[in-house]
Design a protein around this ligand. Structure first.
Ligand code: HEM
Length: 496
C-alpha cells in the first residue's frame, strides 16, 4: 500500500514538473527567476525602469516572474502590432489585479465576453460617439471658462494681499476641470467640494487596500498574506463607504425617480430597472469612467505644461497660433481646434513622451499564442510598454526632446492606428474615450495658454521631471508656475 501511495505521488509530481517544463519552454528570455519569488527581489519601485534595463539585455520581448505569475513585456512597435492587432483575439482578456475589481462585472476589468461587448457598446453610444461628444461640447467649454476664472480670482486675491507674485499649483486647476467635466458628462452635475474630496480620498484608499500597481497585484501568495493584515472587515467598510458616496454624490437618493436623474446615469438606471444591468455593474461603470477618465487626462496636461515651462519657445509658438486663429476678443472653443495645428501637435507630443499609463492596462492570454517567435502561455499577463515605444530611437529622432514640430512634418494618428505611438492602446481594448480626451486636453491647454503666460518661479531652476511609480505615471513633484494674464483675460468680467 505504502509503495502504491509513493509511486502515485511520484507520478503526480513528475507530471506536474513535466507540465511546468513544457509550459515554460520557449517563453521569451528574461532575468533568471528564483523559487517562489521569481524576479520580485530585482524589481525597482518603477517597474518600467527594470523593464527598460532587461530589454537592453534580452531584447524587445521579455519574461519577468512576479512570484509565480509570468509577465511578458513587449517594447517595440512590431511586437505591439502583434499583441494589439494580429493576436488581439487571444490577448484581450484582463488580468484582474485589484481586490475591488475581482468580479470583473464592470467594463475596465471585464474579460472580453458578451457582457463586455454589451457594456462597451452602451458606453460608446452614450458617451463617446461623435454625436454625444458634440452634444456635450458647450458643457466642456463652460467648465474650462470657470477654470480660467478661478485662476484669475486666485491671482487677484494674491496681488491684493501681497505685491510678490505667488506660484500656482497647476495640478489644482487641471484636476478640477477634468473631474468636473467628466462628472457633468456622467451625472449632469459637478461634485460639491466635499464630494470631490471624498472621491479622491476613496480612490487613494482603494489603491492602498487593493495594492494596485504593487507586487500584491501579481503574486497570489503575497495577496493571500496581505489579506491577513487587510481584514475583510476593513475591505467591507471601504465598500460601504464607496456605496454611501455613490448614493450621496451620484444617485442622490435611491428613491429619486429615474426621470429626475441626468445623462448617462439615467440610462443606466433605466437598464437596471429593466433588470438588464445589475447594481454592481451600474456602480462599476460609473466608477470606471470617473477613475479611468479624470487622472489620466489631468496628468498629461500637467506634463505638457511642465514641458512648455521648460521650453518657452514651444509655449510662445502655441500662443502665437492662438492669437492669430482665435484672437483675444473671445476664449478659444472646441470648434477652433481643427485650425490650431501646432496646439494639436503639442497634445500629441505630450502623449508620446508622457502617456498616462506607460504599460497600458494588463492584458491576459486566453490561449497560448506565439509572439516574435516565443511562446506566451495561456494565463500569462501581457504588458505593452507604450512609453518606451514612444521613445524608441528607431522610430523617433531625438526621442527624449519635447518637439511638437515633429508631428507637423508627418500626419500621425495617436489613437491606435500608428504603432509607433500608442498612448490609448489599440485594438479591441483601445481606450474608448480617446477622441473625447484629445478634445478636452486641447481645450484646456489652449485656454491656459491663450489666457496666461507660464514661467518658472525661480528663473533658470530645473523643473523636477521625475515620476511617481505605479500604473499611472504622474509627476512626482506637482509643477508650480507663475501665471501672467494675457490680453484674452479681458473677456472675463473683473467683478468675479
Ligand atoms: C489622456 C487621457 C487618456 C489616456 C492616455 C487613456 C489611456 C487608456 C489606455 C492605455 C487604456 C487601456 C488600453 C488597453 O489596455 O488596451 C484605456 C482604457 C480605458 N479608458 Fe482611457 N485614457 C484616457 C482618458 C480616458 C477617459 C477621459 C475616459 C472616460 C471618461 C477613459 C475611459 C477608459 C475606459 C473605460 C477604458 C477601458 C476600456 C476597455 O477595457 O475596454 N479613458 N485608456
Amino acid at each position: 500500500m505504502v509503495l502504491y501511495v509513493i509511486s502515485l505521488v511520484s507520478i503526480i509530481i513528475a507530471t506536474i514538473m513535466l507540465y511546468q517544463r513544457w509550459w515554460r519552454s520557449n517563453i521569451p528570455p528574461g532575468p533568471k527567476p528564483r523559487f517562489l519569488i521569481g524576479n520580485l527581489h530585482q524589481m525597482k519601485p518603477h517597474w518600467t525602469h527594470s523593464f527598460i534595463e532587461w530589454s537592453k539585455t534580452y531584447g524587445p520581448i521579455i519574461s519577468v516572474w512576479m512570484g509565480t505569475q509570468l509577465i511578458v513585456v513587449v517594447s517595440s512597435s512590431d511586437l505591439a502590432r502583434q499583441v494589439l492587432r494580429d493576436k488581439d483575439h487571444q490577448l484581450s482578456n484582463r488580468q484582474r489585479i485589484a481586490r475591488m475589481t475581482q468580479s470583473g462585472n464592470d467594463l475596465v476589468w471585464s474579460d472580453y465576453s458578451p457582457h463586455y461587448v454589451k457594456l462597451r457598446k452602451l458606453c460608446t453610444l452614450e458617451l463617446f460617439s461623435l454625436k454625444s461628444i458634440e452634444n456635450f461640447r458647450s458643457l466642456r467649454e463652460m467648465e474650462v471658462r470657470s477654470m480660467v476664472e478661478s485662476i484669475l480670482k486666485d491671482l487677484m486675491i494674491d496681488s491684493s494681499n501681497d505685491q510678490t507674485r505667488k506660484p500656482l499649483v497647476v495640478r489644482k486647476y487641471v484636476a478640477k476641470v477634468v473631474l468636473n467635466t467628466i462628472s457633468r458628462l456622467m451625472i449632469g452635475k459637478e461634485f460639491e467640494s466635499e464630494e470631490g474630496k471624498e472621491f479622491k480620498s476613496i480612490v487613494e484608499k482603494e489603491h492602498l487596500l487593493s495594492g494596485s500597481g504593487t507586487f500584491f497585484d501579481h503574486v497570489w501568495w503575497l495577496k493571500w498574506l496581505s489579506s491577513w493584515f487587510i481584514s475583510d472587515k476593513e475591505f467591507l467598510a471601504h465598500k460601504e463607504r464607496r456605496t454611501k458616496w455613490f448614493r450621496g454624490a451620484i444617485m442622490e437618493e435611491e428613491d429619486v425617480a429615474v426621470e429626475d436623474h441626468n445623462g448617462f446615469v439615467r440610462n443606466l438606471l433605466v437598464l437596471k430597472e429593466k433588470k438588464e444591468l445589475s447594481e454592481e455593474t451600474v456602480h462599476g461603470l460609473i466608477w470606471n469612467m470617473l477613475t479611468a477618465g479624470s487622472d489620466t487626462t489631468a496628468v498629461v496636461i500637467e506634463w505638457a505644461m511642465a514641458e512648455m515651462i521648460k521650453c518657452p519657445d514651444v509655449q510662445e509658438k502655441a500662443q502665437q497660433e492662438l492669437d492669430s486663429v482665435v484672437g483675444s476678443e473671445r476664449l478659444m472653443s472646441e470648434s477652433d481646434i481643427p485650425k490650431l495645428h501646432y496646439l494639436q501637435c503639442v497634445v500629441k507630443e505630450a502623449l508620446r513622451l508622457h502617456p498616462s499609463t506607460p504599460l497600458m492596462l494588463p492584458h491576459k492570454a486566453s490561449e497560448t499564442v506565439w509572439l516574435g517567435g516565443y511562446k506566451v502561455p495561456k494565463g500569462a499577463t501581457v504588458y505593452v510598454h507604450v512609453k518606451e515605444i514612444g521613445r524608441d530611437p528607431v522610430n523617433w529622432r531625438d526621442p527624449e526632446e519635447f518637439r511638437p514640430e515633429r508631428f507637423l512634418q508627418e500626419e500621425t494618428d495617436v489613437k491606435g492606428r500608428d504603432f509607433r505611438v500608442l498612448p490609448f492602446g489599440s485594438g479591441r481594448r483601445v481606450c474608448p474615450a480617446a477622441q473625447l480626451s484629445m478634445n478636452l486636453m486641447a481645450l484646456v491647454m489652449g485656454n491656459l495658454l491663450q489666457c496666461f503666460s507660464w514661467s518658472s518661479p525661480v528663473p533658470g531652476e530645473r523643473i523636477d521631471m521625475s515620476e511617481n511609480p505605479g500604473l499611472l505615471c504622474s509627476m512626482k513633484t506637482p509643477v508650480q508656475a507663475l501665471a501672467s494674464p494675457r490680453a484674452a483675460t479681458r473677456v472675463i468680467p473683473y467683478n468675479l
